[in-house]
Design a binder for this molecule. Structure first.
Ligand code: FAD
Ligand code: NAD
Length: 479
């Protein structure tokens, strides 16, 4: 139900709830939050929600990027009470003064670029940065795969490499380098991207530019002894054997140490423990070695003594309250609650906070009502019995509501696409685990992610993209 005339001025009788970020954690909270109870302000440099599970498919144009984006303004329009949105980045949080410092980092700037936003309650859902571990050359030479802009850049680079390799008089060594696509990090991001890339090559590039087809190579480099460390052993083996069939070269126990503009330098540990140096010349390098803490989160951690020993983000308690604070909560990849940094966890945490905040508002309203009724007891002695009954009734409701259980994560399973229309899935089944891989799992993967898309509009766009690519191939124009 849409409200054409939303209330604009903040209501002084309500608390101000500031939410940072428009990702999985924050948007799940917003979806279920009863916004009538608070003056809600959302602050994020990204004015849309991004459905990350299908982001690897955008790198090859299988899915168009706008199909997995949902504007935050559209999301907010369907809320009962108006919510303010500022397109800005939080640069610092002062828990003593209860203000967030924000700045406008967009291309178009007005007279005010930086300001402060006060809060009564704050939710931090700013996600994480790409980890580079300070390895020289990574930031300058790699593509990452976290945001829409990253996927667009990769899509452009793939075609740049292909067309440059097909350029007249290119030397065979240079063709080999340009058509060598190196992916660093064998977690789900690296694996899914490598699979999508090989598909793109097999299904489209090979047909369109046959003269270079036997030179295209994808190499996946992983420091640990196997890829997909969080999946079950049987699925790791299945993924590795499928990659072999797809001719994706997996280099495990290989740690990247340095990156230059044309080559990756790595160290491999042999079975005898001996280390050997390897050089991989590349045309495209995609860096997917996981998460690092964002500067705004790091800064807040230094201001709170209780966060001194936390390394991977804001340590939170079982109600997702940031340890050492009273009115700050954290969700998703920036929070350390003992779970993996996944959309599934962030989404459930956001839902939990919505329930908690809706409850807190109801509790306050009931307490206020009980105070009012108790006050009227003396004023209307004739109605004492009825008023007492009402008080009891309200107190009973209050006891029921107040008893909020701590956050409990319910793992639904892990899914990953591995190329050539195959996927792997570790699904939680009653109290056990059920591991499966192959073409049927691929159909399950597609239907699961389709059903999880943010809106019907997104779902239709994604189906349309899949059909379009199947019928006409991916669009290889370089924008
Ligand atoms: P995000 O979704 O990253 O959102 C963070 C938000 O904060 C963004 O809106 C950002 O713009 C904003 N922000 C950043 N800095 C600031 C700032 N200073 N101030 C204010 N706002 C800020 N997980 C799964 O469970 N299943 C999958 O299939 C899956 N696939 C993935 C595929 C890829 C390619 C990637 C990269 C991740 C995938 N994940 C998947 C992981 C999942 O996307 C993350 O765990 C999830 O996005 C975390 O949610 P979040 O809300 O913490 O952060
Ligand atoms: P990750 O942390 O899961 O994996 C990164 C990998 O990079 C690790 O295996 C690590 O050993 C390797 N690595 C680190 N430094 C290296 C180096 N110098 N040289 C070689 N290898 C190195 O990261 P991710 O894949 O980006 O995933 C991040 C989070 O998002 C995870 O929690 C993941 O589960 C989630 N995610 C889930 C899905 C899915 O469910 N399909 C998809 C993408 C991401």
């Amino acid at each position: 139900d849409r409200h054409p005339e939303p209330q604009v001025a903040p209501d002084p009788s309500k608390k101000t709830l500031v939410i940072l970020g428009t990702g999985w954690g924050s948007v799940s909270l917003l979806k279920k939050l009863d916004t009538e109870n608070y003056n809600v302000i959302v602050i994020s440099p990204r004015n849309y929600f991004l459905f990350t599970p299908l982001l690897p498919s955008c790198t090859t144009g299988l899915i168009e990027h706008r199909s997995i984006m949902e504007p935050i303004r559209t999301i907010l329009r369907s809320k009962k009470a108006s919510v303010k949105y500022y397109e800005a980045e939080a640069s610092a949080i002062d828990p003593d003064r209860k203000v967030v410092r924000v700045f406008d980092n967009s291309d178009v700037r007005g007279a005010v670029v930086e300001t402060e936003v006060p809060y009564d309650m704050l939710v931090i859902g700013v996600g994480a940065e790409n980890a580079t571990f300070g390895i020289p050359g990574v930031r300058e030479n790699s593509c990452f795969l976290k945001e829409i802009g990253d996927a667009q850049l990769i899509r452009k680079r793939i075609m740049d490499c292909v067309e440059t390799a097909a350029f007249k008089d290119q030397s065979p060594e240079e063709v080999d380098r340009l058509l060598h696509m190196v992916v660093v990090g064998g977690g789900p991001t690296g694996v899914e991207f490598a699979g999508e890339l090989q598909d793109f090559f097999e299904e489209d590039i090979k047909k369109l530019i046959p003269e270079i087809s036997d030179r295209f190579r994808v190499t996946l480099i992983e420091a640990l002894p196997n890829v997909l460390p969080s999946f079950s052993k049987q699925l790791i083996e299945y993924t590795e054997s499928t990659f072999k069939e797809e001719k994706i070269d997996i280099r495990t126990k290989t740690m990247v140490k340095k990156v230059t503009d044309k080559a990756v330098e790595a160290e491999i540990t042999g079975p005898d423990g001996k280390k050997e140096k390897l050089v991989f010349p590349y045309g495209l390098l995609v860096w997917a070695t996981g998460n690092a803490v964002r500067p705004v989160v790091k800064d807040l951690m230094t201001r709170i003594p209780a966060q001194k020993d936390s390394r991977r983000g804001l340590a939170v308690n079982e109600y997702l309250v940031v340890q050492g604070t009273r009115d700050i909560w954290a969700v998703g990849d920036c929070a350390v609650a003992g779970y993996a940094p996944t959309a599934q966890v962030a989404g459930q945490e956001g839902n939990f906070l919505a329930r908690l905040f809706n409850n807190m508002a109801k509790t306050e309203a009931l307490e206020e009502k009980i105070r009012e009724l108790s006050g009227s007891l003396n004023l209307k002695p004739g109605n004492a019995a009825e008023i007492s009954r009402q008080i009891e009734d309200h107190e009973r409701q209050l006891r029921r509501i107040k008893d909020v259980k701590p956050f409990h994560y319910s793992h639904q399973g892990s899914l990953a696409y591995i190329g050539s229309e195959k996927a792997v899935a570790d699904v939680s089944w009653f109290n056990g685990n059920f591991a499966t891989g192959g073409s049927l799992t691929f159909l399950f993967w597609r239907s699961a992610y389709l059903s999880m898309c943010f809106s019907t509009r997104n779902r239709l766009l994604v189906i349309n993209d899949w059909m379009k690519s199947k019928l006409f191939g991916r669009d290889v124009s370089r924008e």
